[in-house]
Design a protein around this ligand. Structure first.
Ligand code: TXA
Ligand code: MG
Length: 312
């Protein structure tokens, strides 16, 4: 059920229930991060493997510091530059963080979301809240309250916060005394990070340095139910009647299409809603015109499109 009542949402979270909440990236499936049972409910609702750790959302740097055993200078610099915002920092966890939040691992992922309703909610609750994307595991992340409403059994409260303005998930970086290592690309790119801290080379495909598998980095993810492919990878005869094209250039005559924005930020903000709309059109195939633009946002978009179009 969708609500505008932040106080009611906070009360549900304090009681130990799961509540979906808006952020600037995607909607999160919230629960009190310090309440093991509430966190278990999030794993159960999503059908998420228990070894896939959750992101913890805080409203202040002080709240973040209570969740970690060390706060390297690089973390302080990154937080100062990019929080609130779509950057998640992975640091050694403190005993305050229940083990199920981190999938049994020794590190915790933390961010301050740049959304006034999320910040007010966390302040009202008076503590950190976990927030994986509010979709069933493996599906397309939600960028509007309506995408979440009715998606879970049992039904949960969805705090309305409008359409997400960033539209794809945060950049996840591991922070050590050596610098930052990107574990999941997002709109804040390596070149942005490198302006303020050293960036440690990462292996974007297997992420072998990670203490735990990160399904956000696995190939097949963020996928619609309808088979989805890059248009330049299918034979000519598959184009046409049964397919719906996410187009950047003007679509060929007769091709059913959804016209996508040509600017990177606008494309990212529109992507998941467009995939959901295409999925609802009962097409045989979703085709995606491969974006060719440069820069961190296009790179992050291509990362999500690669996963949405991955076989298996
Ligand atoms: O923008 C976002 O990050 C959104 C909004 C709601 O904040 N949340 C989100 O959560 O995308 P989720 O659970 O869908 O993705 C979290 C990603 C996963 O790939 C997870 O494996 C990784 O972060 N992750 C979480 N904790 C980690 C840790 N301690 N070490 C390495 N990766 C971690
Ligand atoms: Mg997710």
């Amino acid at each position: 059920m969708i609500t505008h009542d932040i106080e009611a949402a906070a009360e549900s979270l304090r009681r130990g229930d799961a509540v979906a909440f808006p952020t600037e990236t995607v909607y999160g499936l919230g629960a009190s991060a310090l309440d093991t049972h509430a966190v278990d409910k999030v794993f159960a609702l999503k059908g998420r493997p228990s070894n896939n750790p959750l992101i913890v959302h805080v409203s202040t740097i002080e709240m973040a510091q209570e969740l970690v055993t060390s706060w390297p200078d690089h973390a302080a610099v990154l937080a100062e530059h990019f929080w609130p915002g779509p950057l998640t920092l992975v640091l050694p966890k403190s005993d305050a963080v229940p083990n199920n939040v981190t999938g049994g691992g020794g590190t915790v992922a933390i961010r301050v979301p740049n959304h006034p309703i999320a910040l007010e909610l966390i302040s009202e609750v008076g503590g950190p809240i976990v927030g994986p994307s509010a979709n069933v595991s493996g599906g397309v992340s939600p960028t509007a309250a309506a995408h979440v409403d009715g998606a879970f059994t049992p039904d949960i409260l969805v705090l309305e916060g409008g359409a997400c303005t960033t539209g794809i998930e945060s950049t996840v970086v591991r922070v050590t005394v050596d610098g930052a290592q990107v574990l999941r690309p997002g709109v804040i790119g390596v070149e942005d990070l490198a302006k303020v801290v050293p960036v440690v080379e990462s292996d974007p495909v297997s992420n072998t340095a990670a203490p735990l598998p990160s399904p956000g980095l696995l190939t097949k993810h963020y996928a619609p139910g309808t088979p989805t492919k890059f248009a330049d990878e299918v034979a000519e005869d598959l184009l046409g009647a049964g397919a719906i094209l996410l187009a950047i250039s003007p679509a060929p005559a007769g091709q059913k299409s959804i016209q996508m924005p040509t600017e990177a930020g606008a494309y990212a903000a529109r992507l998941y809603a467009a995939l959901r709309e295409a999925d609802a059109m009962n097409a045989d195939l979703i085709l995606i015109e491969r974006p060719t633009g440069n820069g961190p946002i296009w790179d992050a978009v291509r990362d999500r499109l690669r996963r949405a179009t991955a076989a298996g």
